[in-house]
Design a protein around this ligand. Structure first.
Ligand code: COA
Length: 435
């Protein structure tokens, strides 16, 4: 019987050697953000570029490394991107017509993986092996457990810059087909610039959040601004899809202690983290944060088990029904649904819960209103009119859930930028919805 250290030595190889095992037609899976494996994928892309393989598909979620195959349209058909949620590279590939997107609620991805997909390889970045032969999947749990179940081969990038999440997904060396050692900083997000408008929005939402609430903050500048505005609160808890820098600040200043949560009391719960090096240092060896699979963390029936659950997410535009588009600008693809709907629903089902969709009233230097009479043709509805709860801009707060269309229209026009209110009122009257 081999000692696990011998297994490690036997499985250690180069990215090029792992890439040489890939065959035409393979389906390769990766998970979110910092769990992706740029060295292995680059070596596979180099083989595709040399026409040694074709028909290989690579699934990702929120790519943040500059994965060069995502910028190379000439690889289409040889190494093709399928994104569960787009980051910078896969967005370019989708809009460029050489990358695909799989629509989903994030919580459903593990189920799709288990039912529909068989992976030839799952590639994942991990922290160095511990004294028991386990690697921590560091900042990501997400759908990793499902991909681990469904992959014929698991390829690791063992990165000594990855934090070790002690309450997170682990993999044992015996499960691994091959590994490469790398040492490069994991991707960080630039700090959000808090301008006056986002601070006003943050303040409007913070006024409506009581001490002891449990929060989820989504992706983007506005959720970060809300985080900053919550610093004076007490006994907040965190149950969130994405762990962000503003949450580290809230924990550091004592606003969050997770003491009032109904589930996972005392612990921050998330499914992946993306932020600064300070955040990654916070995660390292920290039993106060649990990285759990997304089919659990994002399940509205789990989210709502914490009382006073408050979700805060961003949007690109909203129409007078309250239909929220958060993933496209017209037909131009931007991101994905992610966990927005899961958290809107979970928060609204929670006792005392609320859900906020917040955004600045205009885009493109004040030339475009984000509150629209009708959505831009081609815009994707992320959160439906039946799920939406509060909408917030720097001009105020509209409460839409349970309200008739005329009240929704009136409230939304009142929080639109003043330059666009007359036009919105005119459109609403023309449609006969301002009763
Ligand atoms: N019309 C035209 N352009 C618009 C626009 C509109 N209505 N609204 C925004 N834009 C432009 C912005 O000007 C910006 O352009 P730039 O990149 O050239 O500067 C770009 O679109 C992004 O807008 P911004 O408001 O800065 O986005 P963000 O980084 O704050 O992210 C979402 C906002 C909605 C894209 C992001 O939150 C998202 O992907 N949400 C869906 C998933 C989700 O909510 N998950 C929640 C759980 S984590």
């Amino acid at each position: 019987m081999s000692d696990f250290r011998e297994l490690y030595a036997a499985k250690r190889t180069s990215a090029e050697e792992l890439a040489s095992r890939v065959e035409s037609g393979w389906l390769i899976g990766m998970d979110a953000g910092a769990s992706q494996t740029p060295d292995i994928i680059s070596a596979i892309a180099a083989r595709a570029r040399r026409d040694e393989i074709s028909g290989v598909k690579v699934q990702t979620l929120l790519d943040v490394y500059p994965l060069e195959y995502l910028a190379d349209a000439s690889l289409f058909g040889k190494l093709t991107s399928e994104a569960w949620f787009s980051g910078g590279g896969s967005r370019k590939a989708v809009n460029g017509g050489y990358g695909d997107i799989i629509p989903n609620y994030y919580r459903d991805i593990p189920g799709y993986i288990r039912r529909m997909y068989n992976y030839d390889a799952f590639c994942v970045s991990v922290s160095p092996m511990d004294k028991h032969g386990y690697f921590s999947l560091a900042t990501v749990s997400s759908y990793c457990p499902a991909m681990m179940e469904k992959a014929r081969n698991i390829f690791l990038e063992v990165n000594d810059c990855q934090p070790r999440a002690v309450c997170g997904t682990q993999i044992h060396i015996s499960q691994v087909a091959g590994l490469v050692e790398v040492s490069h900083p994991i991707p960080t997000l630039p700090p959000t610039k808090l301008d006056e408008t986002s601070s006003v929005i943050g303040g409007l939402i913070a006024e409506r959040i009581g001490d002891g609430a449990c929060i989820q903050l989504g992706i983007g500048a506005i959720p970060d601004a809300v985080g900053a505005a919550l610093a004076s609160k007490h006994d907040l808890g965190i149950h969130t899809e994405m762990f962000t820098d503003s949450m580290v600040e809230l924990i550091a200043c004592g606003a969050v202690n997770n003491s009032k949560k109904q589930i996972h009391r005392g612990q921050t719960v998330t499914t992946f983290a993306l932020g600064s090096q300070r955040m990654y240092d916070y995660i390292d060896d920290n039993p106060g944060i649990a990285f759990l699979p997304v089919d659990y963390v994002n399940d509205p029936n789990v989210i709502c088990r914490n009382d006073n659950m408050v979700s805060i997410n961003a949007a690109l535009e909203v129409d007078l029904w309250g239909q929220v588009c958060a993933e496209s600008v017209g037909t131009k693809h931007m991101s994905g649904t992610g966990g927005q709907v899961d958290y809107v629903r979970g928060a609204c089902q929670s006792k005392g819960g609320k859900s906020f969709i917040a955004f600045t009233s205009t885009a493109k230097g004040g030339t475009i209103s984000k509150i629209k009479s009708i959505l831009t043709p081609g815009a994707v509805v992320t959160t439906s009119k039946n799920d939406v709860d509060y909408i917030v801009t720097e001009y105020g707060v509209a409460h839409l859930r349970g309200e008739p269309l005329s009240s929704r229209a009136r409230q939304l026009i009142a929080i639109a930028h003043p330059d666009f209110r007359d036009e919105l009122r005119f459109e609403a009257k023309k449609r006969g919805i301002l009763l």
